[in-house]
Design a binder for this molecule. Structure first.
Ligand code: GLP
Length: 233
């Protein structure tokens, strides 16, 4: 793991953008993308740039079950607003939260990932150390699956909804095994709320109780943390 400490999310977004440009020069064609507030500063750098992304494919980590892309809390909506509407890609995949047969859908999503191996994966970090929506206790062998969200995740994500009761209780998420297939991974974390998860990810034992800790077993991982998120290292 390579750790880069930055002052704040804005500087972190700029550092991620520099890494992204290097990855493009090395031939990156498929991006794994994340939602949440963490990658926004990076997406802002991308949309402000003159980069042409029209030959890139993107595959998103996760989506809430029950929300379709027109719902402004859906991750599809988030991606359109923060990135895709401003910077067109060749093709963009986000799990379909309205899939009628979720069991079939997760298999289809795995097929998409197999057909488009991810070169460069962006990750945020849940306060409990989750990546994507892989909550503590998730086996590392799992591929795309339907998740029952942890109570702490529902609470942490309630700020995006009018009421906590509006937060969907389930999500579709790429699994840890799918994420670990990516050739290069960039994890970002900002704020003191992430400090424990950051410490566990970098210095703790590798355990399914803190899903991001498995990233210690990979070489091509860069972690970008601001001062507050790094405060317990
Ligand atoms: C959500 C998403 C994750 C994200 C995490 C952190 O639950 N499923 O992919 O990384 O929470 O969110 P935020 O960046 O808003 O702190």
């Amino acid at each position: 793991m390579k750790i880069i400490k930055v002052k704040d999310p804005q500087e972190g977004g700029k550092v991620a953008f520099e890494l992204f440009k290097e990855a493009l020069l090395k031939g990156t064609k498929v991006l794994g993308l994340a939602t949440g507030s963490t990658p926004v500063s990076f997406y802002n750098e991308v949309t402000r740039s003159n980069l042409d992304l029209s030959d890139l494919t993107s595959i998103n980590l996760d989506e809430y079950v029950g929300l379709d892309g027109t719902s402004d809390q859906s991750y599809r909506y988030f991606m359109q607003k923060h990135l895709f509407d401003k910077k067109p890609f060749k093709e963009t995949y986000v799990p379909n939260g309205k899939a009628t047969n979720l069991n079939e859908f997760v298999k289809e999503y795995d097929k998409i990932i197999d057909e488009h191996p991810i070169d460069w994966q962006v990750l945020g970090l849940g306060q409990n150390g989750h990546i994507g929506f892989n909550e503590p206790g998730t086996p590392t062998t799992i591929t795309t699956h339907v998740v029952n969200l942890a109570e702490s995740t529902i609470k942490a994500n309630a700020r995006m909804f009018e009421n906590e009761s509006d937060v969907p209780r389930q999500a579709i998420s790429m699994g840890i095994a799918s994420i670990m297939k990516s050739k290069q991974l960039v994890v970002m974390a900002w704020g003191v709320e992430k400090a424990d998860a950051v410490k566990g990810m970098i210095e703790g034992p590798v355990t399914i109780e803190l899903p991001a800790s498995i990233l210690q077993t990979r070489d091509n991982v860069t972690v970008i943390v601001d001062e507050a998120a790094a405060s317990k290292l």
